[in-house]
Write a new protein. Structure first.
Lengths: 201, 95
């Protein structure tokens, strides 16, 4: 027998979201992945403190506008993921597909802008080993881009499962894919701050 | 017997409000890179304010988008991550 709890503040004993929710293992995975990035953030902040003039000079060649636009694009995609999960839970297949199409379009814009930035940096003579700042830049943004790719595949798989005649992804699967995408978004928020804002001047 | 949390009907509206706040904080973060902000504050000050803004944004994403406001036990782990990362970054930038 299943008891349906009303939404709102959790009860004294936190309700388990059983089969319809992100599992403990997924939370642990997300936290672990975020911690790996946190180690890179720490190393970057340490080197920024030690070599601020060199880092600042190198960071000046990055466009904070492009970084800012990419941030807004990812934030918009995260909002659309919330819409997609909500529509999925409500059984609104068309709404879910629409929202996921929007998310994937945002992902394509993000990847496109990142590629433009990479080409510009490489044409300017910067590379993975050209300086400590650009080593961090390419490793951090490259790792993040890899995560964007994985997230896109998860969302695409979810969207394809909604095609006519197919078995739709479970709610738990959809929520886990959504949580992964949100993690991609929040990691970018820190990367953007460290590379584009915190290293300015 | 199992219990399931019913979907919140106000979720998209709350998420839209959160998106508005996140966009505003991002624009505020970008403003830190303008000449005026750079002239008004030290490089370290800009970095610390930027990190603060980023952590607030991360918290909003976690509670409003990921939905951790309904999962206090999970939220505590992510809050701990935020505190550790935030303090470490600020200390490393300022010290």
């Amino acid at each position: 027998m299943t008891t349906l709890l009303p939404p709102g503040r959790p009860t004294a004993r936190e309700p388990r979201r059983t089969a319809d929710s992100v599992e403990g293992g997924m939370w642990a995975f997300l936290l672990l992945d975020m911690t790996v990035f946190a180690l890179f953030f720490g190393a970057y902040a340490w080197d920024l403190r030690s070599h601020r003039p060199a880092f600042t000079a190198e960071a000046a060649s990055l466009s904070s506008v492009v970084g800012g636009v990419n941030t807004l694009v990812l934030l918009g995609s995260s909002y659309l993921v919330v819409r997609a999960v909500h529509a999925h839970r409500s059984g609104d297949v068309a709404g879910t597909r629409r929202a996921l199409t929007g998310v994937l379009a945002c992902a394509a814009v993000f990847v496109g802008l990142k590629c433009v930035e990479y080409v510009h940096a490489i044409e300017s003579g910067h590379g993975l080993t050209s300086s400590p700042f650009f080593s961090y830049y390419f490793v951090l943004t490259g790792l993040h881009l890899f995560h964007v790719g994985i997230g896109s595949v998860l969302l695409l798989t979810w969207r394809r499962s909604l095609a006519h005649g197919r078995r739709p992804a479970s709610e738990r699967w959809a929520e886990s894919a959504g949580a992964y995408w949100h993690m991609v978004d929040l990691l970018w928020l820190v990367i953007f701050t460290l590379l584009y804002v915190g290293s300015h001047r | 017997m199992s219990t399931v949390v019913a979907p919140r009907t106000d979720e998209p509206r709350r998420a839209l409000r959160a998106l508005g706040a996140l966009v505003a904080l991002t624009v505020a973060g970008l403003a830190l890179t303008t000449d005026a902000a750079v002239a008004a504050a030290s490089a370290r000050g800009v970095a610390v304010v930027g990190i603060g803004l980023a952590l607030v944004k991360v918290r909003i994403v976690l509670t409003e988008f990921v939905g951790l406001r309904d999962l206090p036990r999970v939220r505590r782990w992510f809050d701990a991550w935020l505190v550790v990362v935030g303090v470490a970054l600020v200390v490393m930038v300022v010290a």
